[in-house]
Design a protein around this ligand. Structure first.
Ligand code: GLA
Length: 419
């Protein structure tokens, strides 16, 4: 069973379905302005937090100096509200000159000089969600402009495009124009989310052919409730979402809000673990200049990041749900027969012991596993499929485990098989 699952993944990664720009072989990591800084354009009243080149330069500095870049966070992404209120005389988009005096090209040069990558934002339709000029009539010109500036990632939104049926034509056009520039630009699409909202069936094969990552659900806000509602949606839709994810293509449950105003440390660990299990992009939206060490450590946790970035690129799913105590088990298959397991608690009561038979966690039934607790960095021992494993889960928290098979796996005829 395992061998065939792995074979499918290998085929998937070379198959005709994936967007063929060589990017996002693992979920992209970086920083994205929106959730934390929104459309704050008042640099007179709030120079430190307004959407300006200074903000992105300061975040780039923090990414490099505080260890995020070394941990894998490489994209610095601009969201809405960067543009001047109209296009220039040649119909080109340009950045608000007061807030971005170096222009996007100058900002891209700065970001690249730090060894990082720059992401930018536009929308399908004539206006962005906040009413700035967008790419509707100018997809080709804008793709060329972004490439000239040295942009490495593009998020294309779409809330002002009222006819959402046109998105399955418009987004692939943009993919074509981006590919034609010859510059590798990671493409983040909001198209499935708008189709979902409009009740239009989503063709994920088409989405994956045209986008590296895509949003499928409502915007994250600075609240645990918002995190829970996203996890609910992913659980409900997992049979549709899991097969479409793989190297080059990932579902995007939206930004990490770790280090903002709402999540407790337990909840922050939970978001980080769940986003890793879901093979989600790790795009932080927080203030790296003021984040406290306990939240920074969660974002920099090497073992959780390694699970997120596992190169098989398989998305995990919920396998058990305990209604009485609100605890769920989610698993994600990793390379070489390894599994990651998250016990995720919705409880608002006391910490609880949870006991589960190993084989109920959908791990292979013919091998023992050495199990480690990822956050505690402790081995829990070796477990046979019929053994029970007990964890102690805090309310609104997680226990994340990594289970390594005791049998050796090898590659034979392009398949990973048990030795
Ligand atoms: C939409 C998107 C958000 C953000 C805003 C910007 O709501 O889903 O992620 O980009 O627009 O206006």
């Amino acid at each position: 069973m395992w061998a065939s699952a792995v074979l499918l993944v290998l085929l998937g990664s070379f198959g005709a379905n994936a967007l063929d720009n060589g990017l996002a072989r693992t979920p992209p990591m970086g920083w994205l302005a929106w959730e934390r800084f929104r459309c704050n354009v008042n640099c007179t009243a709030d120079p430190k937090n307004c959407v300006s080149e200074k903000l992105f330069m300061e975040m780039a500095d923090r990414l490099v100096e505080d260890g995020y870049k070394d941990a894998g966070y490489e994209y610095v992404n601009i969201d809405d509200c960067w543009m001047a209120k109209q296009r220039d005389a040649n119909n080109k988009l340009y950045a608000d000159p007061e807030r971005f005096p170096s222009g996007i090209k100058g900002l891209a040069d700065y970001i690249h000089s730090k060894g990082l990558k720059l992401g930018i934002y536009t929308a399908y339709g004539n206006f962005t969600c906040q009413g700035y000029p967008a790419s509707g009539m100018h997809l080709e010109l804008d793709a060329q402009t972004f490439a000239e500036w040295g942009v490495d990632m593009l998020k294309m939104d779409g809330c002002k495009q009222m006819d959402r049926h046109t998105m399955k034509k418009g987004y692939p056009q943009m993919t074509k124009y981006l590919n034609a520039t010859g510059r590798p630009i990671l493409f983040s699409c909001s198209w499935p989310d708008y189709e979902r909202g409009a009740g239009i069936p989503i063709n994920y094969t088409l989405v994956a052919e045209n986008c590296n990552i895509w949003r499928n659900y409502v915007d994250i806000q600075d609240s645990w409730q918002s995190v829970l509602s996203i996890i609910d949606y992913y659980a409900k839709e997992q049979d549709t979402l899991v097969p479409v994810a793989g190297p080059g293509n990932f579902n995007d449950p939206d930004m990490l809000i770790i280090g903002d105003f709402s999540l407790s440390v337990e909840q922050a660990k939970a978001q980080m673990a769940m986003w890793a299990i879901l093979a989600a992009p790790l795009l932080m939206s927080n203030d790296l200049r003021t984040i406290t060490p306990e939240y920074r450590d969660i974002l920099l946790n090497k073992d959780v990041i390694a699970i997120s970035q596992d190169n098989a690129g398989i998305m995990g799913k919920r396998v058990l749900q305990h209604h009485a105590n609100g605890i769920e088990a989610w698993t994600r298959p990793l390379s070489n027969g390894v599994f990651s397991i998250v016990f995720f608690s919705r409880s608002v009561k006391e910490p609880e012991f949870v006991t589960v038979v190993m084989k109920a966690l959908a791990v292979s039934s013919d091998t023992s596993y050495e199990v480690t607790d990822v956050y505690a960095q402790k081995s829990m021992g070796v477990f046979k499929p019929t053994d029970s494993i007990t964890v102690y889960v805090n309310p609104n928290g997680v226990v994340m485990l990594k289970a390594t098979p005791q049998k050796v796996w090898k590659v034979e005829n392009n398949m990973i098989v048990l030795n």
